[in-house]
Write a protein that binds this ligand. Structure first.
Ligand SMILES: [Zn+2]
Length: 144
């Protein structure tokens, strides 16, 4: 079956662990046929979940954010996503740490995906792919 935007939505839903019902089989068939677009998207989502596991959009603001960021810096991670509510915690970080990591505060999962997915962007609240993007939410925290 030819690739369509619907497949991209199914890939995203599958990656987020949402139930697909009957469409699961359709997606599996499509992937089995070897769609380069969907394969790339899947790879992006895997990278994004790794980034989120390390970096963090959680519903509840995580405790010990400072320690997590320091751990990320030690692990060589150069860009993380944090809940916007935690942005004030960044004031605890030293300038040296701030120089080593790019922190993106986000309020929604769509914002987090726009930051972490290659060629993804948020336009009027909708996540888009394949558009040259700024790769951030426009709210990068810059060191004081
Ligand atoms: Zn496809």
């Amino acid at each position: 079956m030819a690739h369509s935007e619907r497949h991209e939505e199914l890939v995203a839903a599958a990656a987020l662990g949402l139930p697909l019902g009957n469409e699961r089989a359709e997606l599996d068939r499509h992937l089995a046929e070897g769609c380069a677009v969907c394969d790339g998207l899947l790879a992006d989502f895997r990278r994004a979940s790794t980034a989120m596991a390390a970096g963090v959009p959680e519903v509840v603001p995580p405790p010990h954010l400072k320690e997590k960021i320091l751990g990320a810096v030690r692990a060589g991670i150069t860009r993380i996503v944090i809940p916007r509510d935690n942005a004030p915690d960044l004031e605890d970080l030293t300038q040296e740490v701030r120089d080593q990591i790019e922190v993106h505060p986000v309020a929604t999962l769509a914002e987090a995906l726009a930051v972490t997915l290659r060629d993804a962007a948020l336009e009027n609240g909708r996540l888009t792919y394949g558009v040259p993007s700024v790769r951030d939410t426009g709210e990068t925290v810059t060191p004081q």
